[in-house]
Design a protein around this ligand. Structure first.
Ligand SMILES: Nc1ncnc2c1ncn2[C@@H]1O[C@H](COP(=O)(O)OP(=O)(O)O)[C@@H](O)[C@H]1O
Ligand SMILES: [Mg+2]
Length: 336
């Protein structure tokens, strides 16, 4: 049940294809609209009643092999009600080759967010992660496959942008797109530095929210999903943790932050010709992972304890951490 692209006017779309969520920022007639769906699905036993209810509530779903597959935001609630895990088309920032149904499902989810059959002239720019620092992996397969999916949905003018660079485009106009962008997602953290909009370095760290959830679940014996809920609903930095789960979350959050800062140090050391900026540059934090209270301060403390060859003028949160990548991809699409 993909929706029709909802305008006859050509639109410009920035699309954040994230492990956890697919977010689109769309500009039509000078107006920006942001929409998001969980990048997840769950299969339910088929009944005509369920199917009709889902249709009436506009919940994205399809009938596949005699089952109802529910996509996006509603899949989490459904899975929870049924005591099942949601399934995900992506893992660690890229398409999950272990999830055979994933390709058809991510097409449905992207279709549920941006629609299919857009007006001619519509442009899309989608985000891609950087390969993890020091790994031999590449993102060619992931990038080409997302492009194919967009083509199948009827999008012809399709480009991609590195996720960290997209964050810089959405948040650092004031510094003329000079600075460092960090996106802390579910699968990965993506980091980029740009000088007057030109990417100087990009890399990712294979530790994100999923790493925190799984590791904290491992040491406390809690379910991963339970840890995620505690993290999203009650976790904050500082203070003494009476609660074992909170304490474990803080340990793995610190590990993630340390890895990002160490990644920056290594990237500078390995990059030839890091420009002599001549001035301090801002660093902006985005993604769902930066939302807990006190994250910015903790990040700043770790960063200040490290010596980087580039001075950082300020560490700040994106205006809307969950929308920064999509909005930056939109800036990029509009600039072409
Ligand atoms: N309020 C919150 N507090 C802490 N973590 C959160 C919060 N909301 C979302 N997250 C975490 O952010 C991650 C998803 O971030 P997002 O930027 O949407 O990811 P992705 O780029 O992977 O799609 C998940 O690990 C999720 O648990
Ligand atoms: Mg992301």
């Amino acid at each position: 049940m993909k929706k029709e692209a909802n305008s006859q006017q050509p639109a410009v779309i920035g699309l954040d294809v994230g492990t956890s969520r697919i977010v689109a920022a769309r500009r039509t007639d000078g107006q920006d609209i942001v929409e998001a769906q969980l990048n997840a699905f769950v299969a339910l036993p088929h009944s005509k009643l369920t199917e009709n209810s889902l249709t009436r509530e506009n919940v994205p779903h399809s009938i596949i092999d005699g089952q109802i597959v529910v996509f996006g935001n509603e899949s989490a609630r459904m899975a929870d009600l049924l005591g099942r895990e949601i399934r995900r088309p992506m893992t660690r920032g890229v398409l999950n080759s272990q999830e055979p149904a994933g390709l058809a499902q991510i097409e449905e989810i992207i279709g549920a967010v941006i629609g299919e059959g857009p007006a001619p002239g519509t442009k899309v720019c989608f985000s891609v992660p950087a390969p993890p620092a020091g790994s031999e992996e590449n993102i060619t397969y992931h990038e080409a496959t997302i492009r194919q999916i967009l083509n199948e949905l009827g999008y012809r003018d399709v480009r991609s942008i590195n996720e960290g660079v997209a964050v810089i485009y959405s948040e650092l106009e004031e510094s003329n797109y000079t600075g460092i962008g960090v996106s802390c997602g579910g699968g990965l953290c993506n980091i980029a530095m740009a000088y007057m909009s030109v990417p100087v370095l990009t890399f990712s760290v294979p530790k994100g929210g999923d790493f925190i959830d799984t590791s904290a679940a491992g040491v406390t014996g809690e379910l991963v999903n339970r840890v995620r809920l505690v993290k999203e609903e009650g976790f904050h930095f500082n203070g003494h943790f009476a609660d074992k789960v909170q304490q474990a979350i803080s340990v793995y959050y610190d590990d993630m932050i340390q890895s990002i800062v160490q990644g920056l140090k290594d990237a500078f050391a390995n990059t030839r010709g890091v420009p002599k900026f001549g001035r301090a540059v801002p660093l902006v934090l985005s993604g769902g992972g930066v939302l807990p209270k006190g994250f910015r301060e903790r990040f700043e403390t770790v960063l200040n304890a490290a010596t980087l060859p580039v001075a950082v003028s300020e560490v700040r949160l994106a205006a809307n951490p969950l929308e920064a990548t999509a909005r930056g991809a939109l800036v990029s699409a509009l600039s072409e």
